[in-house]
Write a protein that binds this ligand. Structure first.
Ligand SMILES: NC(=O)c1ccc[n+]([C@@H]2O[C@H](COP(=O)([O-])OP(=O)(O)OC[C@H]3O[C@@H](n4cnc5c(N)ncnc54)[C@H](OP(=O)(O)O)[C@@H]3O)[C@@H](O)[C@H]2O)c1
Length: 316
């Protein structure tokens, strides 16, 4: 497993991280047995994964992680959780954080993020809750500060780009994948400039491994005028990515997501240990063939779209 420095923090993190949200939530979405969740989390550690992402909003994920990690040396893993930007009163951040720590059975988190920081709540969130986040840091409950974006609606990364230019956080979490790589233009370069850690989310989501959704989405983008009619085919839009050592679209997705040197870790939201093992092999097989990577950038950066929420709903 490759490890990279998480921006300006002193944390060395595995290039593949474990996500406990998304469609799966560690298997909660299909009522996975506790033992299977524990096996997944311990299996992740065995693969060399040391970066784990969670949130109070992910059902029982924090508590499941707390159980699965019981007895593991605390400095053997780097843990991030989040606080809602929908909190309304001063004090809410501290209450949320203390509940997270209890569920996670730890007395600190390495990164505390504002969860889904949308452009429209950027000012109020920072004014109201940044002082609380900094107080939690001084009190030793949080090591580094972060923000994740509301990717489904802010897929042009307005909030993160602003936060990076204002140099507010130590770590940002960005939605970035084969068909939505706009972060390469306005997130990764600014993060590198300010030495801010970049965590990639939604490298696969559901759409990349759902041929029908992928195909429908590409058709829709063409109808919207975001993609040229001849950019890619409608029925198998990413088939040209496969071959030359690229085994599947999931393989391509994790490799592509980790390509930029500003990226410190790519989260995998799988609930399937065999998939996690395959994804670790993908990360080890970096990079994608150069012509494929370039075509992905040339085709999809200008389109600058995300329909992942739509894709999510269609599947639900
Ligand atoms: N705003 C936010 O703060 C925010 C938003 C979204 C996500 N996140 C974080 O980012 C994490 C990652 O995002 P995500 O959950 O959407 O994860 P992801 O890794 O982009 O996608 C997970 C999906 O890919 C499938 N998959 C993974 N590996 C596969 C493989 N080798 N072959 C076939 N299918 C594969 C999974 O199904 P299987 O289970 O079958 O493998 C699952 O459906 C989340 O868990 C969460 O921690 C944060």
């Amino acid at each position: 497993m490759e490890y990279r420095q998480l921006g300006r923090t002193n944390l060395s993190v595995s290039l593949l991280g474990l996500g406990s949200g998304g469609a799966n939530r560690l298997g909660q979405a299909h009522s996975a047995a506790r033992e299977d969740v524990h096996r997944l989390v311990r299996g992740a550690l065995d693969l060399g994964i040391n970066f784990i992402d969670t949130a109070p909003a992910y059902g029982d994920s924090e508590a499941l992680l707390g159980e699965a990690l019981a007895g593991v040396r605390r400095n053997a893993y780097v843990l991030g959780t989040k606080v809602s930007t929908r909190a309304t009163s001063r004090g809410d951040l501290r209450v949320s954080l203390e509940q997270s720590l209890k569920r996670l059975r730890t007395d600190y988190v390495d990164v505390l993020y504002f969860h889904g920081l949308a452009p429209e709540v950027y000012d109020t969130t920072l004014e109201t809750f940044m002082p609380e986040m900094q107080q939690a840091q001084r009190d030793g409950l949080v090591r580094f500060t972060g923000a994740t974006e509301r990717y489904e609606t802010d897929f042009v990364h307005t909030a993160l780009e602003r936060a990076l230019r204002e140099d507010v956080f130590d770590v940002v979490m960005v939605g970035h994948n084969l068909i939505s790589p706009g972060g390469l233009r306005n997130v990764m370069p600014v993060a590198a400039e300010h030495n801010v850690g970049v965590v990639v989310m939604c490298a696969v989501r559901t759409i990349i491994v759902s041929p029908q959704l992928l195909s429908e989405t590409i058709r829709q983008w063409k109808d919207d005028g975001a993609l040229a009619e001849d950019a890619v085919s409608d029925d198998a839009p990413l088939d040209w990515v496969l071959g030359d050592g690229v085994e599947s679209l999931a393989d391509a997705a994790y490799r592509f997501a980790a390509e930029d040197p500003a990226v410190s870790t790519v989260l995998s939201g799988t609930a399937n240990l065999a998939h996690l093992e395959a994804n670790a092999r993908s990360i080890a097989a970096l990079p994608l063939p150069r012509d494929i990577s370039q075509r992905l950038r040339d085709t999809f950066i200008p389109a600058n779209k995300s329909v992942l929420l739509h894709a999510f709903r269609r599947r639900a």
